[in-house]
Design a protein around this ligand. Structure first.
Ligand SMILES: *Cc1c(COP(=O)(O)O)cnc(C)c1O
Length: 405
């Protein structure tokens, strides 16, 4: 089952590109017959437990690294996690029931380890669920958080405190798509002896591989681009095996392992991820440039645009500037009108699906914040967020034009 199983009859040579590796990774099931024949797709081990031949086998499995119970480990789930790790250039991977299970386990395991709970310095503009975790749940377990803009390195460094253990950033902030310089934050983490965690949900290994830029742990919500079809919930964390060890133990205790069928679906989604991302990012850049020319659009936030504040960092750091766009319209009434008139974009939460999606952050993802806090984060009533899908770009353009007319 291992992605790097040398006996696999078809494995791309080292140095193959990401799209080649994504279609081949963890593709074949275990050998079935005497001639080494295998199923052409990964096997789905939809099982809760594992059967032993005798007392000695059971006793060995219980103390060793063998399969005992799917909450501890499952070959389909582990195969999926290894596949993501391989594409990220990481030594090991762990899959989770959701992106939040991955983020929460990483934060609590890494900031709370060594018997002395520490602090997380997180970037501003991170995912709402993660902000709630850091301000609500984590402090009850002794893990405190501070927030500072990671795209302003001096401000981020100045916010490091004596108890800081973990730096947490997202590759693209939400919803204004700011781009922290990962290499610079990684160097800061190394210099200060801190663990650097990067949430790369918005970018996937297609656009950036944060391990190569100094991240210790990379987490993803699989529910977004990696599975890509809006039909799976999952998460993953990748990094060095030693760094992931406390996450593995905590995952078992919290019960956050991924379901085997979800892992199997995510593995299928992973195959087309490079193709989807290429299309989505290309369409997003075209639409961002088009939207800038429309009357009624006050501002377009997309890192492909030269006036985006992190355009230069994005050009160096990201293979493509992502497929999320935020649009600043005149006011809340204009945003609501746009939201009601759009036809192809689906009015739904989440992002990264094959279909294009639209949200109104001020009343939806960021509705729980005070008006002052929203203003500080640059999220006003006129802002709408788009997740660009794989539809024909001419149709998306026409839809945006008619909704803004
Ligand atoms: C969606 C998301 C999460 C949470 O993932 P779930 O799978 O919904 O639990 C975490 N981080 C980012 C950046 C996300 O977009």
């Amino acid at each position: 089952m291992a992605a790097d199983d040398p006996a696999r009859p078809s494995s791309p040579p080292p140095g193959s590109g990401l799209a080649t590796r994504a279609v081949h990774v963890a593709r074949e099931g275990a050998p079935l017959g005497p001639h080494g024949e295998r199923p052409a797709t990964a096997a789905l081990y939809q099982t809760a437990n594992y059967v032993y031949a005798d007392a000695e086998g059971a006793a060995r499995a219980a103390v060793g690294d063998s399969y005992i119970y799917t909450r501890h480990g499952n070959p389909t789930v582990d195969g999926f996690a290894r596949a993501v790790a391989e594409l990220e250039g990481a030594e090991a991977g762990l899959a989770f029931a959701s992106g939040m299970a991955a983020v929460a386990t990483a934060i609590l395991a890494l900031a709370g380890q060594d018997g002395r709970a520490g602090e997380v310095l997180a970037s501003e503009g991170i995912y709402g669920g993660t902000t709630e975790l850091l301000t609500g749940l984590a402090p009850r377990f002794g893990v405190e958080a501070r927030f500072a803009p990671a795209w302003d390195l001096a401000a981020f460094e100045a916010a490091i405190g004596p108890r800081t253990k973990v730096l947490l950033v997202e590759t693209l902030s939400n919803p204004l798509l700011r781009v922290p310089d990962l290499r610079a934050v990684g160097a800061l983490a190394r210099a200060r002896g801190l663990t650097f965690v990067v949430d790369s949900t918005f970018t996937t290994p297609c656009l950036v591989r944060p391990i190569s830029l100094g991240a210790d742990v990379v987490v993803h919500s699989i529910s977004k681009y990696i599975s890509g079809h809006g039909d799976v919930l999952g998460g993953v964390a990748v990094g060095r095996a030693g760094v992931l060890a406390p996450l593995r133990a905590m995952r078992t205790s919290l019960g956050g392992n991924m379901d085997p069928f979800a892992a199997w679906l995510a593995l299928r989604g992973l195959r087309t991820m490079p193709l989807r991302l290429a299309r989505q990012c290309e369409s997003a850049a075209l639409l961002a440039a088009m939207l800038e020319t429309l009357p009624g659009v006050r501002r377009v936030h997309h890192p492909s645009l030269p006036r985006h504040p992190d355009h230069a960092v994005a050009r160096v750091q990201l293979a493509a500037p992502g497929a999320m766009i935020s649009l600043q319209l005149a006011d809340g009434a204009a945003a609501r009108r746009f939201y009601d008139r759009i036809r192809i974009f689906t009015r739904a939460a989440s992002l990264g699906e094959v279909v294009s999606l639209v949200t109104h952050p001020a009343t939806f993802s960021h509705g729980g914040l005070s008006a002052e806090e929203r203003a500080r984060l640059g999220i006003d009533e006129g802002l709408v967020r788009l997740s660009i899908g794989i539809e024909d770009v001419a149709d998306l353009e026409a839809d945006l034009r008619q909704a803004l007319a």
